[in-house]
Ligand binder design. Structure first.
Ligand code: HEM
Length: 500
């Protein structure tokens, strides 16, 4: 009898679950929006716990599906949650720029009271975001970038020494680890004014924290699922987006730096200095400014945004150059020519003026958009132009940068690495908004200039001295890391490096 009741209970629960899911999955049909047929459990996602390709490819697949069926946009489901996928470039332009007032949020809730580092500019919304962004923007002007340029150059020296020493052994080296150490040193110096020394101390607290935040560990995969697939769980299980030890490390670091510099009258060319000056100015004028935990959250997001994005760009670029020696030779010739004109030095202006370097970096970010989709949440009901569909407030919006950048309609033979797409003669063939590696509109990446400067600088220093090739017998092989939020190659990236 008891067994019968248990079976009946389970059957009733399954029945209710199926009814609930069917109802949830009818969301787009009820709104006359084209949609992809979802599966009962995961909706249109590959099982996030077993996936071989991850969220970025799920979203690219949805983009390609709607494009193939001639739709300008469409709806999918993250398990039971409806998500909107715009496809048409004009519509995307409207969402990111003209109609930004309807899409001001990234859709990632910040909870600064309980989870202080979550109160960073990437997560914030509405007036809080506007206020913080307006305080941060002046720190990324080209003047401020020039001010930090020498620090970047100094951080490149231990990298070159390290590669020089290690390459003598003749074994292939993991460029992914080398470049992550370089950008950790750069962001440690520029954002926090501290010498991380990642090449001498590969397990420094900074490098350890960097690995910990990005490694595809069980906790990080769970955090990604909570953020994208089931955000309601965050409040139910009181889940923190940043682990306690990483939070403590950054909170202690920034408050310690403020006190130490104040006590010792130390002034440096870095973001902490800019924050100190901002607070001092606010004290004089009485204007509203950022609190210390707010500043720590911003410095933390510079750390996150600053090191992984640029190191992955350089890693993927060197990987392509290893398999395309003609492009590598042409780029090296430009670097050497530029340095020759500047008495053997690299300067901010000369790096930013290198045309072929710009083409190669653009093509790297075209083929491998490190942030593979642009996220928005609808903040005010939105009537889709030229249609009778309305997107409701609260709806999550995912624009597939990877889908657009690999769309043969915009980039013929899209899997080919071809910097000529961005030459003066050819770049006008790329439609507006078909190239968005840094996002677009008022929420465009705030660190764009810094990221490009760091990437071009690292590549110039390495290519000037070394030749990169695939390890003996290795064929081109590329799999996206399914567990990583950003786009990167699964596993290490070993290349043969020879001094030239
Ligand atoms: C190659 C390097 C980089 C790439 C490809 C990249 C890409 C992006 C993308 C796609 C976004 C979202 C934009 C949108 O929603 O429209 C973004 C936002 C952001 N990035 Fe970057 N980024 C890079 C480097 C950096 C660096 C070096 C920093 C800081 C030092 C940084 C800090 C940020 C911040 C704070 C935001 C949030 C801006 C906001 O919401 O107002 N990024 N980035």
């Amino acid at each position: 009898m008891v067994l019968f009741e248990i079976i009946l209970g389970i059957t009733a629960l399954i029945f209710l679950f199926v009814l609930y899911r069917k109802r949830s999955h009818s969301y787009w049909a009820r709104r006359n929006v084209p949609f992809m047929k979802p599966s009962l459990i995961w909706g249109n996602l590959d099982n996030p716990l077993l996936t071989k390709h991850g969220l970025k490819v799920d979203i690219k697949n949805a983009y390609e599906y709607f494009k193939r069926h001639g739709h300008k946009h469409g709806g999918i489901f993250f398990t039971s949650d409806p998500v909107w996928i715009p496809v048409d470039l004009e519509l995307i332009k409207n969402i990111l720029q003209k109609d930004f007032a309807h899409f001001t949020s990234h859709g990632l809730s910040a909870d600064p009271e309980r989870d202080p580092l979550s109160g960073n500019v990437f997560n914030l919304d509405g007036e809080d975001w506007k206020f913080v962004r307006s305080k941060l923007s002046p720190n990324f002007s080209s003047g401020k970038m020039k001010m930090m340029f020498n620090t970047l150059l100094e951080c490149g020296v231990p990298m070159i020494d390290h590669v020089d020493q290690q390459s003598k052994r003749g074994d292939a080296l993991d460029v992914k680890e080398i470049l992550a150490s370089y950008t950790t040193d750069v962001i440690g110096s520029c954002a926090f004014g501290i010498d991380c020394n990642s090449f001498k101390d590969p397990n420094s607290d900074f490098r350890r924290c960097g690995r910990k935040v990005f490694e595809p560990s069980f906790n990080n995969v769970l955090r990604m699922i909570v953020a994208f697939v089931a955000p309601f769980l965050r409040h139910v299980v009181k889940f923190k987006m940043i682990s306690n030890d990483v939070e403590k490390f950054f909170m202690d670091l920034v408050s310690g730096l403020f006190e130490y510099r104040k006590a010792n009258g130390i002034v440096r060319n870095d973001f902490i200095q800019l924050f100190i000056e901002m607070r001092e100015k606010a004290k004089e004028t009485g204007e509203k400014t950022l609190t210390l935990p707010q500043i720590t959250a911003q410095a933390f997001v510079f750390f996150l945004g600053g090191f992984e994005t640029s190191s992955s760009t350089m890693t993927l670029c060197l990987h392509e150059l290893a398999f395309n020696q003609d492009i590598q030779d042409k780029l090296r010739a430009e670097v050497r020519e530029t340095m020759k004109k500047n008495n053997g030095e690299l300067t901010y202006d000369s790096i930013m003026e290198m045309k072929y370097m710009d083409q190669v970096v653009n093509e790297t970010l075209r083929k491998y958009p490190i942030v593979p989709f642009v996220m928005r949440a609808c903040t005010k009901d939105y009537r889709v132009p030229d249609s009778n569909a309305t997107i409701s407030k609260g709806m999550k919006v995912f624009i597939s940068t990877l889908g657009i950048h690999r769309d043969p309609a915009y980039y013929p033979n899209p899997d080919k690495f071809d910097p000529e797409r961005f030459s003066d003669e050819n770049k006008s063939n790329i439609p507006n908004n078909a190239y968005i590696p840094f996002g677009e509109g008022p929420r465009i990446c705030i660190g764009l200039r810094f990221g490009l400067m760091q990437t071009k600088m690292g590549l110039s220093m390495l290519l000037n001295k070394f030749k990169f090739s695939p390890p003996a017998g290795e064929k081109y092989d590329f799999h996206f890391d399914p567990k990583s939020f950003n786009l990167c190659k699964e596993g290490s990236v070993f290349l043969k490096i020879e001094k030239m």
